[in-house]
Ligand binder design. Structure first.
Ligand SMILES: *[C@@H]1O[C@H](CO)[C@@H](O)[C@H](O)[C@H]1NC(C)=O
Ligand SMILES: *[C@@H]1O[C@H](CO)[C@@H](O)[C@H](O)[C@H]1NC(C)=O
Length: 634
């Protein structure tokens, strides 16, 4: 991963020593917090410190809590406990209490805190050396705007047997804490039924955060279903995400504490990239700001969150390699901006580490949800007949995106202090989209754009497959994998729409232990279904009459999974580090000038049956009418 072995070993030994020290301290000095819930302000606090909204863990122990710790006794438990106690009473305690040695001990604690604050993990240590656009990693002052503000940031992580990320994620959290202030962040870790060493590592995370006075809640929950066949993945997604957000709501309701942004940590992301993403998010008042996921595939790195990501035409992204000149987004404006490393607007995204503005979402009552119309394969009832134009049963993130669009239409996406500008309502950009399609039909298309031609509306319409037939052609994941074509070939080959479903191209993901960590695990074949006919998308009030949601992708924020060489990926994506060191903040690198309206339809990839994450998906075009969504809310 671009770091020398010696360096890694040195870090490892240092970390191990630190961990041992911390675990002893944690075990002996810090009693478990009396309560795990966030307490309401009590009477005295209301009278005397009405304004105390700080995340001060010394004053409020409930800000550091652990729920659902596995405390199984094994044959060694008693033995270890006795040993630790005897060590403590015979050696540590006298040393701590004796006046002549007390200062040494305090110094040891101070030193270890300093050591911890420089904790770099293994991969994170290489971050400052990676190539990034606009000299981002070499500017000292880059994030002063965010760092000096003393705003609160909420970091959420969901772990499901992914222990190999945890040490680096912890390092990332510590680095963020160092920059943003340990009292300005709250960390919510949800361990969903991990059966690897996640539990030990969450012990470590607890110890580190306790020592650094970082507020946190670490929670372990059991699986919702015993067997895979009875579990519905979008439901599990919604359940775990909402649980991870519980302290956010508790802090708001009980103590009036509001967070500026929620950072969803996934896979591995460099601390500076997260700060960069925060800056992009803030500059655009974005409801959601995603990074981009890159996963290893046959020795290359491919864009990897194609299940949830949709461009402003509602289309899915390409299976592009990091080294390929064709951009993952197919939509033209997005592709251009991607090539220039600039943030671009999308219909939906998740893509690894992403940032959500709770003021436009969670604090307005949005939560993660899933369709209730799925069929439980373990039941003996026959599956229902699904409406081919009905609700899309896709990921909980995709529902969340559509909820953000509807919410923006309902209550606005602007911050309170910024009046709406009529030209922001998307009319120009939507007209632009129509123009793009017309051009695509007229122009002779060079081979590498052939894919777009194959999907141009007029051709597609002739060959259009009615959704219920398309359904029959849905490819179960296993078959799709047999026909897998390496991504670059897939891009060059034009697939006529009617063959698209059968010839589904899917990059072969190696079955590694963490194969399900990279989000492409969820992806469907590379080609999209034909667009819907006008009769399904001519709404009484077209989407362009509503205020657009601000969902963007910042291609400068890179999330990776195991097997990715960070140095090579950085070079693929950004080339050698540019000499562009001009000033800290430069609006054109951050701010989108125009916001487009929502597409009238999008590529829906849904799970209709239970069967866990691997349950086969169905693909179709689905209409999206903000007007009818709003009417449904009434
Ligand atoms: C742990 O979980 C994985 C899937 O998450 C499963 O394949 C594996 O068999 C489990 N191991 C044990 C020991 O239960
Ligand atoms: C499916 O049915 C089984 C057995 O009745 C039940 O235990 C399980 O909770 C159901 N799954 C979902 C997702 O509702």
């Amino acid at each position: 991963m671009g770091i020398s072995f010696a360096f890694r070993r040195r870090s490892l030994i240092r970390l191990a020593a630190l961990v041992a020290f911390i675990l002893i301290i944690r075990y002996l000095l810090l009693p478990p917090p009396a309560t795990t819930e966030i307490a309401h302000h009590n009477y005295i606090e209301r009278v005397t410190r009405a304004a105390d909204k700080s995340l001060d863990v010394q004053r409020y122990p409930f800000l550091q809590s652990r729920i659902g710790r596995e405390e199984e006794l094994d044959i060694l438990t008693k033995f270890v406990e006795d040993g630790t106690n005897s060590f403590w009473t015979n050696f540590q305690l006298p040393f701590l209490l004796a006046p002549e040695t007390q200062h040494v001990d305090a110094q040891a604690v101070r030193n270890s805190i300093e050591d911890l604050l420089s904790l770099n993990g293994w991969v994170a240590a290489a971050c400052p050396t990676l190539s990034r656009p606009f000299g981002q990693n070499r500017r000292e002052d880059s994030y002063d705007g965010i760092v000096g503000e003393n705003r609160l940031y909420y970091i959420a992580i969901i772990i499901h047997s992914a222990d190999h990320f945890l040490v680096d994620q912890l390092a990332t959290i510590v680095q963020l804490a160092r920059r943003l202030g340990t009292r300005n962040i709250f960390v919510s870790m949800l361990d969903y039924d991990s059966n690897d060493s996640t539990q030990t590592l969450t012990d470590l995370a607890e110890a580190v955060m306790t020592l650094l006075s970082i507020p946190f809640r670490i929670r372990r929950v059991d699986p919702m279903y015993e067997e895979e066949a009875a579990s519905y993945y979008p439901l599990e997604e919604a359940y775990t995400r909402n649980l991870a957000l519980e302290p956010l709501h508790e802090l708001n309701v009980r103590r009036g504490i509001k967070f500026e942004k929620v950072i969803w940590l996934k896979g591995f992301t460099c601390p500076n990239d997260i700060l960069e993403n925060l800056q992009v998010s803030k500059a655009n008042h974005a409801a959601m700001t995603c990074g981009m996921d890159w996963a290893e595939s046959n020795g290359f790195f491919i864009f990897s969150d194609r299940w949830r990501t949709r461009d402003m035409d509602g289309d899915q992204f390409r299976v592009s390699r990091s080294s390929s000149p064709s951009a993952p987004p197919r939509e033209e404006i997005a592709a251009k901006r991607y090539a220039a490393h600039l943030p671009f607007q999308v219909f939906c995204c998740e893509s690894g580490t992403h940032i959500v503005d709770p003021a436009q979402t969670y604090y307005r009552g949005l939560a993660y949800r899933n369709s209730a119309r799925f069929h439980n394969s373990t039941s003996s009832n026959p599956p229902p007949t699904w409406d081919p134009y009905g609700e899309c049963m896709d990921s909980s993130q995709a529902s969340f995106c559509r909820d953000i669009w509807v919410e923006a239409a309902r209550n606005g996406a602007r911050p309170v202090d910024q009046p709406a500008k009529p030209e922001r309502l998307g009319a120009t950009s939507s007209a632009g989209r129509v123009k793009r399609q017309v051009q695509a039909q007229d122009k002779a298309v060079p081979p590498d754009q052939a894919e777009d031609q194959a999907e141009s509306p007029d051709q597609a319409e002739d060959k259009a497959v009615p959704p219920d037939q398309a359904e029959d052609k849905a490819v179960p994941p296993d078959q799709a994998e047999d026909k897998a074509v390496p991504p670059d070939q897939a891009e060059d080959k034009a697939v006529p729409p009617d063959q698209a479903q059968d010839n589904g191209v899917r990059p072969k993901i190696k079955e590694e232990s963490d194969a399900n960590a990279g989000s492409d695990y969820d992806a469907m074949p590379g080609s999209s279904p034909p667009p819907l006919e006008d009769s399904h998308t001519s709404f009484a009030v077209p989407n362009l009459h509503f205020e657009p949601a601000r969902i963007i992708i910042n291609p400068r924020c890179v999330t990776t999974y195991a097997g990715v060489s960070h140095t090579r990926l950085a070079n693929d994506l950004f080339g050698p580090d540019e000499d562009d060191l001009v000033g800290g903040y430069d609006a054109h690198k951050y701010v989108l000038e125009e916001w487009a309206a929502a597409p009238d339809s999008y590529v829906c990839q849904e799970q209709r049956y239970t069967g866990g994450r691997k349950s086969p998906k169905n693909q179709r075009s689905s209409p999206f009418s903000i007007q009818s969504e709003l009417e449904a809310l009434l």
